[in-house]
Ligand binder design. Structure first.
Ligand code: NDP
Length: 295
């Protein structure tokens, strides 16, 4: 089985390049090998490689920049997934795609389920939702995995930023009224591999149904709680000298950024856990495992 993986240098892509290995021949493509801002070139690449499965973690992920870079965000997050799905449909291949809690406006007072009404509040969320809808419209066999608050030992993310700031500053102000579940890229990649095994069997038995699944860690916290967790673990590890003494909780309104964020980013993982017989680990236990690799 041939698996085409896009965005292999990203947080999730880098981990997928490893966890997908036992499933088949993985062609791990970076931006220059599969450019999602060039739909025609991307189509030719897929046709040439002729994969059985396409796994697409590549995305335009600069949430604030997307506000003023709408065309590129839509090209990469909506048009490119449509091309991938069209090519998958032609060959009866499977497309595994990633999406986000930012397809919701975050006004629900509970974790969002896959069937809740979408209503993105920023351009990034709109472009990711357009990607979901474009894939669905092609009729290709697909799996859309919505995740949230992704971090990893590599790449640019909140974990790395907090570790840097905690080493530099005694006092940090972190938003405390946005809640979600920080999710380790490794967990996303391991879970994808597990799911994929089952899906491939379901397709062989002709019982596969395309659909959306939420894929996050269990539990919830705020960005403030996430920062506290990071600094606490770093302090216990004792490897890095930390200047930080206090992390102040602040409201979203005190930290203005170009893109509006949903206050509630929580996603229910019940459908994923039931269908694939999984138990998602708590966000803080996964964080500890990730940070153990960083010392
Ligand atoms: P990263 O930002 O870490 O990685 C994005 C990847 O996409 C990089 O490999 C990047 O390449 C690649 N990419 C960007 N533009 C292009 C392009 N034009 N052509 C080809 N590749 C491109 O993202 P994550 O791993 O964190 O995200 C994985 C998925 O999860 C995405 O679908 C994202 O929307 C979703 N998600 C992410 C969240 C997060 O907090 N990060 C939250 C919720 C969902 P390069 O290295 O060259 O820039």
């Amino acid at each position: 089985m041939k698996i085409l993986l896009t965005g292999c240098s990203g947080q999730v892509g880098w981990e997928l390049a490893r966890t997908l290995l036992p499933l088949g021949d993985v062609i791990a493509a970076n931006r220059s090998e599969a450019d999602l801002s060039d739909p025609d070139g991307l189509r030719r690449t897929v046709q040439k490689l002729n994969p059985d499965v396409i796994v697409n973690p590549a995305a335009y992920t600069a949430v604030d920049k997307a506000e003023t870079d709408r065309d590129l965000a839509f090209l990469v997050n909506a048009e490119a997934p449509r091309v991938l799905a069209e090519e998958a449909a032609k060959k009866s291949a499977l497309l595994v795609h990633y999406s986000t809690d930012y397809v919701f406006d975050g006004t629900k007072n509970a974790p969002s389920t896959e069937d809740d009404v979408t209503h993105p509040v920023n351009v990034y969320g709109q472009s990711k939702l357009a990607g979901e809808q474009a894939i669905q419209a092609t009729g290709a066999d697909h799996l859309i995995l919505r995740t949230s608050w992704v971090y990893a030992a590599r790449g640019q993310n909140f974990l790395k930023t907090i570790l840097r700031l905690a080493a530099e500053r005694e006092e940090l102000n972190i938003v405390a009224d946005q809640i979600g579940s920080p999710t380790w890229a490794r967990l996303i990649a391991e879970t994808t591999a597990h799911i994929l095994r089952q899906i491939l069997l379901e397709r062989q038995q002709d019982v596969f149904n395309s659909g959306i699944y939420n894929l996050t860690s269990a539990g919830e916290t705020s960005w403030h709680g996430f920062a506290q967790g990071i600094v606490e673990i770093a302090r216990q590890q004792g490897v890095q000298p930390l200047k930080n003494r206090v992390i102040n909780p602040i409201p979203t309104t005190a930290y203005p950024v170009p893109a509006k964020r949903p206050l509630n980013s929580r996603l229910s993982t019940e459908r994923l856990e039931q269908h694939f017989d999984l138990k998602m680990p708590s966000w803080d236990s996964a964080l500890r495992l990730c940070m153990e690799e960083m010392v």
